[in-house]
Design a protein around this ligand. Sequence first.
Ligand SMILES: Cc1ncc(COP(=O)(O)O)c(C=O)c1O
Ligand SMILES: [Zn+2]
Length: 374
Amino acid sequence: MNRLICKRCGAAYLLDDSRWKCDCGSFLDIKFDFSFDMEKIQSRKPTMWRFREAIPINKDANIVSFNEGFTPLLELTVGAKKLLVKFEHLFPTGSFKDRGASVVISKAKELGVNKVVEDSSGNAGCAIAAYAAKAGIGCDIFVPEKTSPGKLAQIQMYGANLVKIPGSREDTAHTTLEAAKDSFYASHVWNPFFFQGTKTFAFEIWEQLNFNVPDTVIIPTGHGTLFIGAYLGFKDLLNQKLISKLPRFIAIQSEACAPIHKMFNEKLKEVPRVEPKETMAEGIKIAEPLRAKQILDILLETEGEVIIVTDKEIEKSLFEICKIGLYIEPTSAAAIAGFRKYKSAAKEIIVVPLTGHGLKSTEKVLKILRQYSK
Ligand SMILES: Cc1ncc(COP(=O)(O)O)c(C=O)c1O
Ligand SMILES: [Zn+2]
């Protein structure tokens, strides 16, 4: 039966319940049964919604979409090694978060919601604000005050109410939890519908590889919304026997803030407290990843690993990737830096997403350029 489910206490709720957390306080996941019809998929437009059967929105009329997704997958050579890069920076708002936002806001529309709240280090806020604008739904976006100005401008231009919170990303999250008590919380972390969007990343790769699975995916990970979504997608394919194995999942974290790395390497049961330092990879500077245990389980199940990268390594990879004509933001370059450090086997098929567009972080890029011209 299709349900919102709580893995902590075992509670189940209807998919049309507008709640975003369990009565026990834990986050929820979605159990949704479907099966793919390959012909139908290929007869549809090349967007993430071509995998319509997999996405738990009841009525097509409620879908809020800009025809996003089906992003290109291209072979590149970096550091003398081949990889496939997926152009997630080409989404309408400039990051992969549009996958989740399209589904969460579609659900909000389906539920008749007239206002949503969201908190973000920037990109998820941009995505939710854009899709809320398209749906004509009101929107409050809470961000840390130090968020890149480009992202703040983008959120405001979509007409969202921007609320800047002093302090850390965690201070923003805590403030939003209060605001979310009596609103629809379109959180990319709490709301399980977000992951029903990010899972389409896996379906697209599968189709683009001629209905095959890559050996490895390397994903920049803060809260893990792409990491977990990609896993859910490949797991759906495995459950339907459309692939015969899962890829290895490699999480990339910044050395400045690496709670998952510590948790994984030290075999901890709970996510450890870490004191985040400054890093140019603002998108993965997440000290308290809510779904840390879920990320850890995926790492264990797929025999994956966590690789940490320094700002120097990110900077180097940013230059390297931009020099071949791809303009991405520093958080995205972290994944390329991680790929460089990853010890791959011969002929291993590795997919790395370019998660965010460079135009989002002009002032960070200018700072790097100024340092180099000294
Ligand atoms: C460009 C970019 N890449 C990666 C991430 C990491 O996403 P998550 O925190 O869901 O793991 C983010 C998050 O904001 C991002 O903006
Ligand atoms: Zn529960």
